[in-house]
Design a protein around this ligand. Structure first.
Ligand SMILES: Cc1cc2nc3c(=O)[nH]c(=O)nc-3n(C[C@H](O)[C@H](O)[C@H](O)COP(=O)(O)O)c2cc1C
Length: 193
């Protein structure tokens, strides 16, 4: 399967970066091809600006957005890797959605509501947290994150299979981290539609 990974963490020494590397290894060992968009490294511009709207009304999208859309269109599945910050994705990732998931690329809209145009077999979120699983479950935050992502990617963009892999309580415990990296490697190797 052709997998496009969209990755948002500024630090190449972070645990998220280790996850990215492990996923790439797993996908390669499982016979999948993998392309990566590293949003911080490429200094993606996340600001939805007047040029985005101008291009919209002219029927097109800005050149940098077009390149992202081409990569998305070439993939069979998408994986999003980022840490949870303030119970949400990093703003850079949110800006990526704002600018790249445009009308007539990701969805259409009429008086019945949105209709998704993405044809990917699945979308998987890999999110790390500092907080423990119990906190995320008891507060309903895990459910809220899942519901918002499903609304965006299933309800609006049309991808039926939207999954979350939460890696909770990422602290300094080497054993916990090793366990998560093994999990991510296996997940990549056994990636299925
Ligand atoms: C700006 C900021 C906000 C954060 N907000 C949260 C939060 O709301 N909930 C949480 O569990 N962890 C939060 N964290 C902790 C990160 O989720 C945690 O450091 C990260 O998942 C660990 O992965 P890393 O080593 O790759 O950064 C926050 C961290 C930062 C830098």
């Amino acid at each position: 399967m052709k997998v496009l990974v969209v990755y948002a963490h500024p630090n190449p020494k972070s645990f998220n970066h280790a996850i990215l590397e492990e996923l790439k290894k797993g996908l390669a060992d499982g016979g999948h091809t993998c392309d990566v968009i590293d949003l911080y490294a490429m200094q993606f511009n996340p600001r939805l600006g007047t040029e985005d709207f101008a291009a919209y009304s002219g029927g097109g999208v800005p050149g940098d957005v077009k390149k992202h859309q081409e990569k998305i269109a070439a993939a069979d599945a998408l994986v999003f890797i980022y840490p949870i910050w303030w119970w949400q994705p990093p703003a850079l990732f949110k800006g990526w959605i704002d600018r790249v998931m445009t009308l007539n690329f990701a969805f259409t809209f009429d008086d019945k509501g949105p209709e998704g145009l993405l044809t990917h077999k699945k979308i998987v979120f890999i999110n790390t947290t500092m907080g423990p699983e119990k906190q995320y479950k008891d507060t309903g935050i895990a459910n809220a994150i899942t519901k918002i992502d499903e609304a965006t990617w299933r309800f609006v963009c049309g991808v039926r299979d939207v999954q979350h892999l939460f890696l909770y309580s990422v602290g300094d415990n080497d054993e916990v981290r090793r366990g998560y990296l093994e999990k991510v490697y296996s997940f990549g190797k056994e990636f299925t539609s």
